[in-house]
Design a protein around this ligand. Structure first.
Ligand code: SF4
Length: 623
């Protein structure tokens, strides 16, 4: 009641932004934080309330189960689909059970009970607020937020039919947004690209004439009934002009929720938007992460560093996640040296390319980078070429080796299985190269999903597939008549899918063996690498740990030692021959061949990489 009395006079100056489940609960929404800061800076008399509804739902159902759901996008779309379409509950429950059965927590969860909990918590949040006090309510809809957002939109609009609703985010890019506004009558506007400028202009237009019925003509904003149009550019030209994201609402919510729900949050930060590898839209074949941006923009190193310092000071949080699809290519060492110079004991996470040099990894580690998600995707160079990754199997093995060192960040990475157009040679090459990867952290095998707008989707025939429309799994969640109106992020395709899965089965098996082997070796306390060396200045002892046997040692003397150390980063045969002119290729080649046969080195296209890591950092860690 207080809310209503206070708010009604200020309706024209009040806007709500909502992020519905299922983003990771332990961090504020960067979308809401960036939009709130920009609108507040552009329209200082507008009050923006940012609702991290996902945090409230996480608290209602418990963090462990929320976290497990939020990591799985199909599973995440199920509970709110059941609330949107209760007469489809049997179908959706069967789908949930099939998807969740291997997960110990989700597999044991009563789906209907969970939906009941989510429904009560969601309705309590909706009914606890007077939505009519807002001029506009905006929803940020990204991956795994579609059904939850649709549910909140429907229920809020039921309670406040005159309220205007705008949707934006990556799930509204391009024709996805056009389809959304036509399929969902409760949505009044869609922003189908970067949100800041269109949202601020939309708010301003609505403030000037709140009762207007004709659609505002704002670049980036589409209204029901609009014919498809090409928008003039509506992006921020220079990211340095952006204000520091405003996460105050999220941190107020945490404080208000009391010690029972306490946890250590992380801060999302961004240095760039878009992906420099995707310039001209020809990045990695499977990738559609950059649909809402045009081109590539990066903040200056100074701006990035100042922003980190400001956010850390403001929220007193030391764990940060870079939300960039890919960190900037240029000046990374400078950026991370600058972050290190702040003198903060940070814990950082970022996504990087496999070609990131060791010197950059070192600068990152000094700044506090603990984990990097590396775009590995394949261990076959021929397949990496088809994916247009711009890397080789050797690049991947090199960064996997570097990141095994305790001085550098831990690596996580995926191996895409059954990529369209992959063939038996790609599988054979992957199996061969996997044997060299066993000393390093195992990769996760993942199935490809075809993303709307990706190069693979745009050029499907080149990869021997036929695009089918929405991914068939949406058919389990949405009624057929609704399904026809939507265009979703994940797309179905035909063309050798089963044959691909059969062909890649041995790789799947090998990945499981790798995981078992690695975990078994590292079961003992104290991390010691599987393949390491100790240097005696004119000789080298390589130690190879084995699962069922005593470690094996290999001794290299004189020039053999020097060549091995020279190949700490990958070297071509020419570079090696030039560096060791006394021996000549004829004498060097048999040595390198022997090293490769013993899997102490990896070779590809006449390039060589030593696989053992220096033991020194591990020894000093134990001392
Ligand atoms: S996968 Fe990463 S590197 Fe590749 S195009 Fe997408 S964002 Fe860029």
């Amino acid at each position: 009641m207080m809310d209503r009395l206070e708010a009604t006079p200020g309706r024209a100056n009040r806007v709500a932004l909502i992020s519905a489940p299922w983003p990771l609960f332990d961090r504020p929404s960067i979308q809401l934080g960036a939009l709130k800061a920009f609108v507040t800076k552009s329209l200082p008399d507008v009050q923006v309330d940012a609702f991290h509804i996902y945090l409230k739902i996480a608290q209602a159902i418990g963090y462990p189960i929320y976290h497990a759901i939020s990591e799985r996008s199909w599973i995440a779309e199920s509970p709110y689909a059941a609330l949107l379409y209760p007469d489809r509950i049997d179908e959706i429950r069967r789908y949930w059970i099939r998807k969740a059965r291997r997960h110990p927590l989700l597999g044991a969860t009563d789906f209907e009970g969970l939906c009941g909990q989510i429904r009560s918590a969601s309705l309590a949040l909706i009914d606890g607020r007077n939505w009519e006090c807002y001029l506009l309510v905006g929803f940020s809809i990204c991956l795994a937020q579609l059904t939850s957002s649709l549910y909140f939109i429907r229920e809020i609009k039921r309670r406040a039919p005159g309220l205007r609703i705008v949707a934006g985010g990556s799930s509204c890019a391009g024709v996805l947004g056009e389809a959304l506004i036509h399929a969902v009558p409760e949505i009044d506007y869609v922003i189908r690209g970067e949100g800041e400028m269109p949202l601020a202009q939309l708010i301003e237009a609505m403030r000037i004439s709140p009762r207007r019925t004709e659609p505002p003509d704002i670049p980036g904003v589409i209204c029901r009934g609009d014919a498809p149009k090409e928008d003039p550019d509506h992006q921020i030209a220079d990211l340095n002009d952006l204000p520091v994201p405003d996460y105050s609402d999220y941190f107020c919510d945490i404080t208000a929720s009391g010690p029972r729900h306490a946890f250590l949050p992380k801060l999302p930060v961004e240095m760039s938007r878009g992906c420099w590898w995707n310039r001209g839209g020809s990045g990695c074949a499977f990738c559609n992460l950059n649909l809402q941006w045009r081109g590539y923009r990066a903040k200056s190193p100074e701006k990035s560093i100042q922003e980190i310092e400001a956010l850390v000071n403001r929220h007193q949080v030391l764990s940060l996640s870079f939300m960039d699809n890919l960190l900037p290519a240029k000046g990374l060492e400078v950026r991370f040296s600058g972050i290190q110079a702040l003198g903060l004991d940070l814990r950082l996470f970022a996504e990087i390319r496999a070609k990131t040099p060791r010197s950059v990894l070192e600068a990152m580690a000094s700044a506090g980078m603990q984990e990097v998600q590396v775009g590995i995707e394949a261990l076959s160079t021929s397949l990496l070429r088809k994916i247009n990754k711009g890397t080789t199997a050797m690049d991947n093995l090199e960064i996997m080796k570097h990141c095994e060192s305790p001085c550098l960040p831990d690596l996580t990475g995926n191996l895409i299985l059954a990529f369209p157009s992959s063939d038996s040679r790609d599988v054979a090459e992957t199996l061969r190269n996997l044997a060299f990867a066993f000393p390093f952290r195992p990769l996760k095998g993942i199935d490809l999903w075809l993303g709307y707008g990706s190069p693979l989707w745009r050029d499907a025939h080149r990869y021997g597939i036929r695009v089918q429309g929405n991914h068939p799994d949406y058919g389990h969640l949405f009624p057929p008549e609704t399904l026809k109106k939507f265009r979703f992020m994940m797309v179905g395709y035909h063309g050798g899918v089963k044959a691909q899965h059969r062909m890649w089965a041995p790789v799947r098996k090998k990945l499981a063996e790798w995981r078992t082997f690695y975990d078994r070796i590292h079961r003992r306390p104290g991390f010691e690498p599987i393949l390491s060396y100790r240097d005696g200045k004119n000789f080298l002892i390589i130690r190879e740990r084995r699962a069922d046997d005593e470690p094996m040692t290999h001794r290299l003397k004189g020039a053999s030692r020097a060549i091995y150390l020279f190949c700490e980063t990958q070297r071509s045969m020419n570079e090696i021959a030039e560096r060791f002119p006394r021996f000549g290729e004829d004498r060097i080649r048999p040595f390198l061949r022997m090293m490769v046969d013993k899997r102490l080195m990896f070779s590809e296209a006449d390039r060589y990489l030593a696989l053992a890591l220096p033991q020194k950092p591990f020894l000093s860690m134990r001392a």
